[in-house]
Design a protein around this ligand. Structure first.
Ligand code: ZN
Length: 395
């Protein structure tokens, strides 16, 4: 009997990454605020630049929505966003706010050089509109006068979108107008490809192993977290929010290159048990698709926002649902030491630890507990690696 046989796990990470030009350099970060209690769930994601003229306008709007929610008696606030830079000239930021069932869309278009907030009249002179444009707008039963009055519009790479919030039926109207109709060039996206192969990873399954998981990212701290993990030859799993993939593409590529795992955490952190089947599937699929498209990687695991699940939504995904076995309460911790001690005091072999990369205290705690646990013989692996280790130990 060879009880001391060391089985080596070899993980071949051969991912080919797609590189394209950094189109969205001006957006530095996505601010994420996630909070919950028994009665209310709040998830806010919005892009921030370093340009006050832009950020202040967006934040002011978000504050208005937030106050409306706080002063009301609704259960869920979800703020999602879209952004685009068209032809290096127009910055579009769209804020999609959902309070329970009510959706409000507010769009901002800024000039990229002057950061001036543009009106529809700045884009299309009201006194000089084409018949084609009038036709497109009228098709939707809406008058041209009204759209100038509402002044709620944004660009993507191919369309000018004109938005109408229709409060009566809890939805909004989006009139897409082909850029050709208004004489604006479409953005040409780069298709430059570069393939990189990554080396083997060797893991000893007889060693005490734990899986660190980080929810709700990426954030401005994620890159530092990845670097800290690398310093200690540690890996972790990141359950990411789909709407942030594009802005944090470089961070996510580094995450994968270093051998970390990415899991699905829905597209905009909605309370999934409150949604109908179709919407739940959309939240999961949209996230899978954007990760595949931007990172050429397919998550195999999912963690539901707020940890909220039931049998119905469990049956809507084939991804492995990952919970946690240790919660050091980092999201309301008073210090990094508190987080680190919570982990050091109760961690055991095989634990899955839930953390959040939205907190500086969490980042700082890594420098305390990782070296300490390494000295106690622990290995830091991803969730899928931990599954594999457990499986091997049981055979
Ligand atoms: Zn979350």
């Amino acid at each position: 009997m060879n009880k001391h046989k060391i089985i080596l796990l070899v993980f071949l990470i051969s991912l080919s990454f797609v590189f394209s030009l950094p189109k969205f350099k001006i957006i530095n970060n996505v601010t994420t605020i996630i909070d919950e209690d028994d009665n209310r769930k709040i998830s806010i994601n919005f892009p921030t630049t370093d340009i006050d003229k832009i950020d202040n306008k967006v934040k002011k709007h978000i504050n208005t929505i937030y106050n409306k929610f706080i002063n009301g008696s609704n259960e869920e606030l979800n703020i999602d966003y879209k952004f685009n830079i068209l032809n290096n000239k127009f910055i579009s930021i769209v804020i999609i706010s959902t309070i329970d069932e009510n959706v409000t869309v507010k769009a901002f278009v800024f000039h990229k050089k002057t950061f001036k907030l543009l009106s529809l009249n700045d884009i299309i002179d009201k006194n000089n509109i084409s018949n084609n444009f009038v036709e497109e707008v009228n098709k939707n039963g809406i008058s041209v006068n009204l759209i100038y009055q509402n002044n709620n519009f944004y660009f993507d790479d191919n369309y000018l979108h004109i938005i109408f919030n229709t409060k009566q039926n809890n939805s909004f109207t989006d009139i897409p107008i082909d850029l050709e109709i208004i004489g604006i060039d479409k953005t040409i996206t780069s298709t430059a490809r570069k393939n990189i192969e990554f080396p083997y990873k060797v893991i000893d399954p007889t060693k005490k192993s734990i899986a660190l998981t980080f929810d709700d990212g990426p954030t401005k701290y994620t890159k530092k977290i990845i670097q800290t993990l690398e310093k200690y030859d540690a890996n972790a799993t990141f359950f990411i929010i789909g709407n942030k993939v594009e802005i944090y593409k470089d961070t996510l590529l580094l995450m994968l290159k270093n051998g970390n795992e990415i899991g699905n955490h829905s597209y905009n952190h909605k309370w999934l048990t409150k949604l109908d089947d179709e919407e739940v599937i959309y939240q999961i699929k949209k996230t899978q698709n954007i990760i595949k498209e931007k990172l050429n990687y397919e998550p195999k695991i999912i963690r539901f926002p707020y940890g909220a699940s039931n049998n119905k939504i469990k049956n809507l995904t084939t991804l492995e649902i990952v919970k946690w076995t240790l919660d050091p309460q980092d999201w309301h911790a008073k210090s990094s030491k508190y987080i680190a001690n919570n982990i050091i005091d109760s961690v055991k072999d095989g634990d899955i630890i839930i953390l959040h990369d939205s907190s500086k205290k969490t980042l700082d705690s890594l420098e305390i507990f990782i070296p300490k646990l390494i000295s106690q013989g622990y290995n830091f692996v991803t969730v899928s690696e931990l599954n594999k280790i457990v499986e091997l130990r049981n055979t």
